[in-house]
Design a protein around this ligand. Structure first.
Ligand code: MG
Length: 471
């Protein structure tokens, strides 16, 4: 295929524009172009305008630090303005900051230019509605349909509005986190903290938060240049530098943000990566400790540790939702949940915002350490130990996505006498573990995740489920 790019990018031909409920994502200069950005923003803007009474509607626009951010931002801004939006340009901010600024400006919605943990070649756009949260599936589908149909409602020149800059996002976000927790015990503890911001959008606010919490900070990869110092997903193999620095510096904890600073991973005081699943468990523990319990929500693929934490506080409840931030938020809203999130290090703390937020998560983990006057490794030791096994299966050779309904049916029948949740694929809970079989929304694959008290048992669960499903 002919290409007009000057630097060949082999991945470009393999990666189509990914369109999903969480937004669009593609490779810059190949599938993610200014044209796509303007059109997706125009589709989103038209959808927002239809929901907003009156002519005047404001949209907050943020971006992560990647080098293509400004280019995509300008295109998205044009798309939004063409529909008649007043665009508030927030500059480089974390995804949750956009949620906070939507509230501040009483905006109709917001957009974040980010490809989250994808490498530097990628960029994308996430939409947030007027409540500052990811639109649920039905609303996201309406935006996607408008984008596909190029169904935009451009305004006449007399109705065009302007764009203006509001660079207070980072400061206001930090202020909101400090107001939502009790910062004094953390300040008194004077923790030494290593923060790895991967040169992403969380650099400025992350550092400012820790400073205002009285921490001694060792900030690595702390310039928001978008030149990611390591593969950006905050998982063990990418955080070896953080682990080394924590051990060398004798720090109390190490935190890693992803490029748009919605996810947080933790390294303990010995320099051991504890796993992303612990972020939500520890944050929830602190919230429950102070509130005495309450409702929480986590998606079906999230560790059972959240149930163990909730069990420490009588009267607490855990609702399991379909995978997707919007589903967790919907449950938190309907049950007045005190905290929720996802096992990938995504903590949603409603007093701050309705978006996964690494800043709120950092503050809550430090607050738990301060309240219990203990170390991260001791907190980890207080929770049951589980092994999680994650696998995926390509369906292209066995009939693609069409085989999924029958597959789920077989599994549901086989395990009909067990505790089951079929709201997103099938999850079955046993006394000593659980398995979740779930089709991807975007690719012809199914994911199979199991958690148990030992890796052997988790593997056994995966094996028996796969056999039953015909994988
Ligand atoms: Mg992210």
């Amino acid at each position: 295929m002919a290409s007009t790019t000057t630097t060949p990018n082999p991945a470009a031909t393999e990666a189509p524009l990914m369109i999903s409920v969480s937004g669009v994502r593609g490779i810059v200069g190949a599938t993610m172009t200014p044209v796509v950005a303007a059109q997706f923003a125009a589709a989103f803007g038209t959808w927002l305008k239809r929901r907003s009474p009156g002519d005047d509607f404001v949209v907050c626009l943020g971006r992560d630090s990647r080098p293509s951010g400004l280019m995509i931002n300008r295109a998205a801004s044009s798309g939004l303005m063409s529909i008649g939006a007043t665009v508030i340009d927030l500059g480089v901010v974390a995804t949750p900051t956009v949620g906070i600024m939507i509230d501040r400006h009483n905006a109709a919605g917001g957009m974040m230019i980010t490809a989250s943990h994808n490498p530097i070649q990628w960029n994308g756009m996430k939409s947030l509605n007027s409540d500052g949260l990811a639109p649920p599936v039905d609303e996201a589908s309406q935006i996607i349909e408008r984008f596909h149909k190029r169904d935009f409602e451009y305004v006449s020149v007399h109705k065009l509005q302007q764009s203006r800059i509001d660079d207070r996002g980072n400061a206001l976000h930090v202020e909101k986190v400090l107001a939502a927790i009790d910062p004094e015990p953390i300040r008194s503890a004077r923790f030494k903290v290593v923060l790895d911001s991967v040169n992403g959008a969380g650099c400025v606010a992350g550092r400012s938060l820790l400073e205002q919490l009285g921490c001694e900070i060792v900030h690595i990869n702390g310039d928001p240049t978008g030149q990611f110092a390591h593969t950006p997903e905050p998982v063990k193999e990418n955080l070896t530098q953080l682990a080394t620095v924590v051990a060398k510096e004798g720090a109390a904890v190490g935190f890693a943000q992803d490029p748009d600073a919605d996810r947080l991973a933790i390294v303990d005081e010995n320099g051991t990566y504890i796993g992303e699943e612990y972020t939500l468990a520890l944050a929830a523990w602190r919230v429950f400790k102070r509130s005495g319990g309450g409702a929480t929500a986590a998606n079906l693929s999230t560790s059972r540790m959240i149930d163990d934490v909730a069990a420490k506080f009588p009267g607490s409840s855990v609702e399991r939702t379909a995978v997707g931030e919007a589903n967790v938020v919907a449950s938190l809203k309907s049950k007045h949940g005190v905290i929720g999130g996802e096992g990938n290090g995504g903590v949603i703390y409603p007093p701050v915002c309705w978006v996964r937020d690494s800043l709120g998560a950092m503050a809550l983990v430090l607050a738990l350490m301060a309240d219990k006057a203990t170390t991260v490794s001791e907190l980890v030791a207080e929770l049951p130990k589980y092994a999680m096994v994650k696998t995926k299966y390509d369906l292209s050779n066995i009939g693609g996505a069409a085989v999924v309904p029958a597959m789920l049916q077989r599994v549901a029948e086989q395990y009909a006498n067990e505790r089951m949740n079929a709201s997103d694929g099938v999850r079955v809970d046993f006394a000593d573990g659980w398995v979740h079989l779930r089709p991807s929304n975007t690719e012809p694959i199914v994911r199979l995740i199991a958690e148990a008290e030992s890796e052997t048992r988790a593997n056994e669960l995966v094996k028996s489920f796969a056999a039953c499903a015909g994988l």
